[in-house]
Design a protein around this ligand. Sequence first.
Ligand SMILES: [Zn+2]
Length: 317
Amino acid sequence: MEDITQEQPKVISEFQKIIQANMLSHAYLIDDASSQVRNQMAIWIAQTQFCEHLVDGLPDQTCQKCQNIALGDNPDVLQVTTDKQSIGVDDIKFFKKEANMTATQGNRRILIINEAEKMTSAASNNLLKTIEEPEGNLMIILLCNSAKQMLPTIQSRVQIFHLSNKSNSDEIADLQKVGYKEATAKLALTMSDVKYLLSMNGDNYQALHGAIITWLKRCNNRQPDSFIDVQTDIMPLIENKSHQQLFFDMMNQIFSDILSIRYNLDNTKLVNEDILSNRNIPTVVEFSEELFHAEEMWKSNVAFQAILEDLSLKYVN
Ligand SMILES: [Zn+2]
């Protein structure tokens, strides 16, 4: 794994200044880059609080304390992670209580919340109380894809750091190992998190891309049987939640590409022809809003296939 201090020098140096000025806040939100890089950054921040060999306020990342944190073996550094589609209020309450119990008195405690965008409103509001009235030495680090996904009340009460999105050579190499071509890997990483991309092999990713394009072309021609494409071409490639996320990421990008083509902007990623040529701009925008609603439904656990069939019917009209 590339060292975080070399990977994200800008945010690291900003933190160094904050630490040296003794201006550390009790709540941070870190977005952009990938879930792995965000987590590495949170670990590094935790290390700044526990390292035994700080140099100019920066952790050496090698002492026992630093290693324990990286391995998840420091009881004062708690990580919330979930495989579920949401982080509920009970999860937040549990970890807050845990943070209170494990702390040796006076010790800094750090609560890292991975995929914070998965927090329900109730969970966010519960956490908000803690952010507004910090308990002792608790520091909360929220990690998410985009700060915009968080409640405005949270955004306004935390310090936000945007990581650099430059493609990570390790992530590209990992994707190449599962069959992605280098160019495809670079492009895919600008749309989707590496965690989801690694769940699919490169051939299937290409196949999914092709299947979606074919389906949308048929929708464009108002072919009622476009519905069948979903069954025969798309669903067989979608085996789990991660693949479903990739579908939504690709679809979002395709709508953005089509609008770019309409407005003569030269920044398309997945399509370079106007595959919805029989629809006017307001309709394309409407389709993209339908997709947004579909993704919201999916997040609240409506079955993926039902959502896709519903979209197919809407896009044929
Ligand atoms: Zn250390």
